[in-house]
Design a protein around this ligand. Sequence first.
Ligand SMILES: NC(=O)c1ccc[n+]([C@@H]2O[C@H](COP(=O)([O-])OP(=O)(O)OC[C@H]3O[C@@H](n4cnc5c(N)ncnc54)[C@H](O)[C@@H]3O)[C@@H](O)[C@H]2O)c1
Ligand SMILES: [Fe+2]
Length: 409
Amino acid sequence: MSQFGLLRAPGAILFGAGQRHAVGRAARQHGSRALICTDKRLASLPDLAELQQNLKAAGVESLVFDDTQPDVPRECVDRCVEHARGFAPNLVIGIGGGSCIDLAKVTALLLTHGGDLSTYYGEFRVPGPVLPLIAIPTTAGTGSEVTPVAVVSDAERTLKVGISSPHLVAHTAICDPELTYGCPPMLTATVGADALTHAIEAFTALRRAPQSDLADTHVFVGKNVLSDQFALRAIACIAPYLAAAVSDGQNVKARSKLMLGSLLAGLAFGTAGTAAAHAIQYPVGALTHTAHGVGVAALMPYVMEFNRSACTSEFAQIAEAFGVTRAGRSLEKLADTAIEEVASLFASVGIPPTLADLGLPEPKLQWTAEQAMGAARLVKNNPRPLDVDKVLRIVEAAFAGDRSSLRFS
Ligand SMILES: NC(=O)c1ccc[n+]([C@@H]2O[C@H](COP(=O)([O-])OP(=O)(O)OC[C@H]3O[C@@H](n4cnc5c(N)ncnc54)[C@H](O)[C@@H]3O)[C@@H](O)[C@H]2O)c1
Ligand SMILES: [Fe+2]
């Protein structure tokens, strides 16, 4: 087995309750003017004023853009860049959910290199370093605080689009679980389920031959010995605590475990990448206008069933990370148990079990499969090779709620 490993990560990661108060010192090393990308929700809370005060005490003046829209529409990026240009920031701080952090990433990109955002869509299109970024998540979470990708929506494109480049990795990530205490139950479930799918898809991603140019030719290199460490640990953090955080938002231990898990999942998929569940969610999200995390989680058990024959050993380890004991069980049995555990955890936190429940129209199943194939970097990363017919079988099974049709296929 290949022992190749790759880790791309921020220069500093601060984790723990209260660590948001370190932001001033972290920012000061980059200059005296910080642009803050956030949304109206955070702007209405004392947290934002506190953050600005903290920056000011460290000698950093700040300008706030508080109109981040979910899923980062391109016009929102343009407005943020215009808002910031005259201020000439030395660094950009993204504080909020994945949308605010992704907006900070692409704003830093455009303030540094200019041009049209669409010229950066895809992989390795960012020509060099961007303004230093500090990412402070308030959801647990997308992992965007440590990943090399920003996801935006473009009215000229049917599906959301990614900008992937090692230059988009934040300089500093500050993960303070206290910022997530106010997340309502469904948001907690949705983003926590997204984080768990990141870990599962990274841990089961295709393992590529370790050519010496692998890291230069792929932003997401597939399963490797470093991402595996983070992925498995992420599952062990999230699986036992997701339902607890959803049912009691003030459960401090569960909140902390979820934030640690989503950070570790980000470190895993930030180099390994994700796969079929994320590819199929793109068209599903575009048609149903459902949250990213809901779509990937609804799809995950079906994708696992399809991938089962290629990932028996990995699924057995996932079952163990869920707390299932190996004693007396075959690898095959453990792999089945992993799929059951994932499906029942998601059901218990209110993730709809089928694509029909998400509102996907039945006549659009073929279209969904064809569009998913367009997310080539994700499709190529799946442990079992995919073509449009195979994706269609997953989509049909997920629509009908029929995992058994994928079994031993
Ligand atoms: N760049 C990456 O690596 C990456 C990875 C996965 C997903 N994403 C992207 O991230 C976006 C989704 O991010 P998200 O799921 O964090 O949601 P989000 O950032 O879109 O926010 C959703 C809603 O939650 C609210 N919210 C955020 N924090 C809250 C809190 N603590 N309490 C109460 N409400 C809060 C926001 O105000 C907003 O209304 C999507 O665009 C997705 O494609 C990016
Ligand atoms: Fe995701």
